[in-house]
Ligand binder design. Structure first.
Ligand code: ARG
Length: 471
């Protein structure tokens, strides 16, 4: 590789006072964040407007300067919105791009905007505003998904399906119960985003570079203007931590893990071997070679997205660990990770919501699968405890012998005759057949949070009450 040609640049107009020459082209490339932080344009301009208004209210700049700044920032925003704005890599980031354009538009007053402020508190403020919006978006996305799952549970609350442990048939459960299990998981995810939002909702603005400022600023005013609960209490902390972004990523990772599990179930359930569900045309793809194929691509991709989101989480943890206080440029590496994770999560949530809403559920297949695999063996053992007074261990043993007998004959437990049953334990009576049916099995599981349709209905009602409060 030959030497990169010297770029005949002049020093940066924002901070170039002590610089004679501009940066090397590669320096500019590694240093600039405008390629991605332009996504925070609205937050940046909102923060600047709040700052300028506060400076004027405090008598730090004149009202006429503040008016010029406000008008100019509105113009900049509309230029960005309409796609007319020319972003410049030489101006590094969104903060300097906006300020430079403001200067072109309004002249001298633009130079007063950065009084009592630094890009360090500016970026911390912008990014908090951005991540806060993403918490709200994630909460909205989760509410929609929870709504779709609750609707599934309500429509098919008492449909019987096999419950699995080790992906081996364990006990019959209800479709509604299975759907509501995910409602609980996504409900916790929702509260994680809510909790993170509460903690991050403090304004770094006015922390300046790291030490605060000698100007008589009013940090409460800017905090309030930006919808923050209060200003941050330590300027060093405010400009140099990104734990709020890490909390967002952690919540997103856990949520993505839940999405991945549900996606995996949809992949399994929609296979020819299971046929528990069918994905609608809107959520499946065909194969270019195998005409019979109907592939659950969206579910597979959702299953995989956790990789990116968790990757972003690990990346930002790795960036932040070992950074001395206060700001270091390392922290510019926070944004792309969070942007990508947020986009990925929202897409996965929306796709899952669509798939769940459209799902065709095969009641007969569910029930046939629930009725095979000796799924009511535990019910038989419980019957022996209840009706014949056996200790559970002995009941377990006797039931095991009956399962072995049925398996040897290639039949299910209800197919064994009473004489067969009594050959293992003479206390068994005809009543035992009641508990061997899957419907009776699920209906009996009335313990709080159990799979009985009554329990599921109660949980559906509880969640519908919460959903009403969200609307
Ligand atoms: N683009 C920078 C970032 O994202 C803004 C803060 C720059 N601060 C500084 N002292 N160079 O972190």
């Amino acid at each position: 590789m030959t030497d990169a040609p010297q770029t005949p640049k002049t020093a940066n107009s924002m901070w170039g006072g002590r610089f004679a020459a501009g940066p090397d082209a590669i320096m500019e490339a590694i240093n600039a964040s405008i390629g991605f932080d332009r996504r925070m344009s609205a937050q940046d301009i909102r923060g600047s407007r709040a700052h300028a208004a506060m400076l004027a209210a405090q008598g730090i700049i004149t009202d006429s300067d503040a008016d010029a700044i406000r008008e100019g920032l509105l113009t900049v925003m509309s230029e960005i919105d309409s796609g007319q704005f020319r972003f410049s890599t030489a101006l590094e980031d969104i903060h300097m791009n906006v300020e430079a354009r403001l200067k072109e538009l309004v002249g001298e007053p633009a130079g007063r905007l950065h009084t009592a402020r630094s890009r360090n508190d500016q970026v911390a403020t912008d990014f908090r505003l951005w991540v806060r919006d993403q918490c709200d978006a994630a909460i909205g996305g989760l509410q929609a998904l929870i709504g779709a799952l609750v609707a599934q549970a309500e429509a098919r609350g008492d449909w019987v399906m096999p419950g699995f442990t080790h992906l081996q048939t364990a006990q019959p459960v209800t479709w509604g119960h299975h759907m509501m299990a995910y409602v609980e998981m996504f409900g916790r995810d929702l509260t994680r985003f809510r909790d993170a939002r509460v903690r991050m909702n403090e304004s770094p603005l006015g922390s300046a570079a790291l030490a605060g400022t000698g100007f008589p600023i009013d940090r409460r005013a800017t905090a309030q203007a930006l919808g923050f609960d209060r200003p941050t209490a330590n300027s060093l902390d405010a400009v140099s931590d990104r734990d709020f972004a890490l909390e967002f990523l952690a919540a997103a990772s856990i949520c993505a893990m839940h999405l991945s599990r549900l996606a995996e179930e949809l992949v399994i359930w929609s296979s020819a071997q299971f046929r528990f569900v069918a994905m609608s045309d809107r959520w499946s793809t065909g194969s270019s070679i195998m005409p019979q194929k109907r592939n659950p691509d969206a579910a597979e991709l959702i299953r995989a997205k956790i990789g990116r989101i968790l990757g972003a989480t690990v990346a930002l943890f790795t960036v932040m660990k070992g950074l001395p206080l206060a700001y270091s440029k390392d922290m510019q590496e926070d944004k792309e990770q969070v942007f990508d994770a947020a986009d990925t999560l929202m897409l996965a949530l929306a796709a899952m919501t669509g798939m769940i809403g459209d799902l065709t559920v095969n009641r007969d297949r569910l029930e046939a699968a629930a009725s095979s695999g000796f799924s009511t063996a535990t019910d038989l053992a419980d019957w022996l405890v209840r009706e014949a007074g056996l200790p559970f261990r002995d009941a377990h043993h006797a039931t095991g012998a009956l399962v072995a007998m049925a398996e040897g004959r290639g039949v299910d437990l209800p197919d064994l005759s009473l004489a067969d049953m009594q050959s293992v334990n003479p206390a068994i009576t005809d009543d035992v057949y009641d508990v061997l049916g899957v419907h009776n099995s699920v209906a009996s599981r009335q313990s709080y949070g159990g799979t009985a349709p009554d329990q599921v209905r109660a949980q559906v009602a509880r969640w519908k009450g919460m959903m009403k409060a969200w609307a």
